[in-house]
Design a binder for this molecule. Structure first.
Ligand code: HAM
Length: 417
């Protein structure tokens, strides 16, 4: 048997229906905040992520699905969306046309990670990017959109963690102090952290390893290296979050794994899903446009991991909670009624009703069971008698009530129910 590729999943049934409901929330909440959808290709030039996400990150260093296409170009299955959105924004001059450009997206991403619960090689993100504003209110708008999406989907067991990486000057000063300190304590660090120290020292702060924790606890604090501008930006973000009634905790060790961030960074974390505790994250990424070759443009955004959000939802509810349902199941008795009933079904569908017919020519009892399985709200039944009289029997599946209705009148009858 040929099975699905490791780290990838088929989506169907109740789980998929629950996803579709979440997708409705992505769409409607994004629209409520004035965000427009953008769809970019799944393949991009490898260079986009190498430059945008950063050579030294785990994503670019070891997780990308990159290959040469038949023309010899190196292309990559996108591991994240932000670099692709910025590429498209530069290519189509979005920000010149609209100084604040608001974009949302949803779709599959690919990272060659070790698969485990909540971690896949093909996973999905919903996210939004606010391009063009350097001000803290843009950071808060983005966080607020993410927060409202999560709340509307119905998950509650998560924490919003926020931190600031400051501006480039603050970060450079801090990086130097951190590297000096970590080098002096390199003996006490794990192998992983030693490697990070050389490639991406701020990421050492991210380590969850017990061995690293005492070293991290005594490390210089980024907050001590923030200049006035950086402090003011972060204080404004915190104040506006308070005013908006969005609960958060300040985690001074939150640095995020991608290179393009500055100022505000944030993550939605949960203790419900084991080691894969981030259901989403984001931050401000003012340096990214120029890294990819565009004009300097301030920007901020987030992505939610849809698998993880849905796992949390299922865990909190104890089920997917997305019932299957159709409006009408059409039941024919005998051969003669089959075709006329089919025509009524077609008519109903054109009116917007969902109608399912039996295609197995089964007994009435079997068709009734099928109607139940489909979660039909009504059945319409036609046999030889009804055919002769020009009627159908409409049954309300919830109450069991049934009534004979003229076949030309079914739509009107259903609208009255
Ligand atoms: P990220 O933190 O790499 O950020 O990914 C965002 C979310 O995607 C994670 O919090 C997690 O829920 C989900 N995720 C990541 N990798 C996997 C995986 N292998 N399996 C399942 N879920 C996963 C970004 O991607 C940035 N582009 C976010 C952003 C947008 N920053 C600014 N704008």
């Amino acid at each position: 048997m040929i099975s699905v590729v490791r780290g990838m999943r088929d989506l169907f049934g109740a789980e998929l229906r629950a996803w579709q409901r979440a997708e409705e929330v992505f769409r409607s909440m994004s629209a409520a905040f004035g965000y427009e959808e953008l769809r970019t290709p799944i393949l991009e030039h490898t260079e986009l992520f190498a430059r945008g996400v950063g050579q030294e990150t785990d994503i670019v260093g070891k997780e990308m699905y990159s290959f040469e296409d038949r023309g010899g170009d190196s292309v990559t299955l996108r591991p994240e969306m932000t670099a692709a959105i910025v590429r498209a924004a530069i290519e189509h001059n979005f920000v010149r046309h609209s100084p604040t450009t608001r974009i949302w997206y949803a779709g599959p991403q690919f990272r060659y990670e070790r698969p485990q619960k909540g971690r896949y090689r093909q996973f999905h993100q919903y996210g939004a990017e606010c391009l063009g504003s350097p001000h803290p209110e843009a950071d808060v708008e983005i966080i607020s959109l993410a927060y409202n999406v999560l709340a509307t989907i119905g998950v509650t067991k998560f924490t919003l963690e926020v931190n600031t990486l400051g501006n480039a000057t603050s970060r450079a000063a801090y990086r130097e102090a951190l590297v000096t300190y970590l080098r002096a304590n390199v003996e006490r660090l794990t192998e992983d952290s030693r490697r990070r120290l050389e490639r991406n020292p701020l990421r050492v702060l991210d380590s969850k390893d017990e061995q690293d924790k005492p070293v991290i606890a005594e490390a210089p604090k980024l907050s001590d290296y923030l200049d006035v501008e950086s402090r003011q930006h972060f204080e404004a973000v915190r104040l506006m979050l308070d005013v908006a009634g969005i609960p958060y905790v300040h985690n001074p060790l939150l640095v995020r794994g991608l290179d393009y961030y500055c100022h505000t960074v944030f993550e939605f974390t949960t203790t419900e899903l084991g080691t894969q505790n981030a259901i989403g994250g984001g931050g401000r990424y003012d340096p990214l446009f120029s890294l990819i070759g565009g004009a300097d443009t301030p920007a901020v955004g987030f992505s939610l991991g849809i698998e993880r959000v849905m796992m949390l939802l299922e865990q909190e509810r104890g089920e997917w909670g997305a019932e299957k349902g159709i409006d009408v199941f059409a039941i024919s008795i005998g051969d003669a009624a089959r075709l006329p009933l089919r025509l009524i079904s077609l008519r109903l569908r054109r009116q917007g009703y969902s109608v399912v017919e039996d295609l197995q020519r089964r007994s009435v009892k079997a068709q009734m069971r099928d109607a139940d399985k489909h979660g039909a709200r009504y059945t319409i039944t036609m046999g030889d008698d009804e055919l002769a009289q020009g009627t159908v029997v409409v049954k309300n599946m919830a109450t069991g009530e049934q009534q004979s209705v003229a076949d030309t009148n079914v739509e009107q009858f259903l609208t009255q129910l």
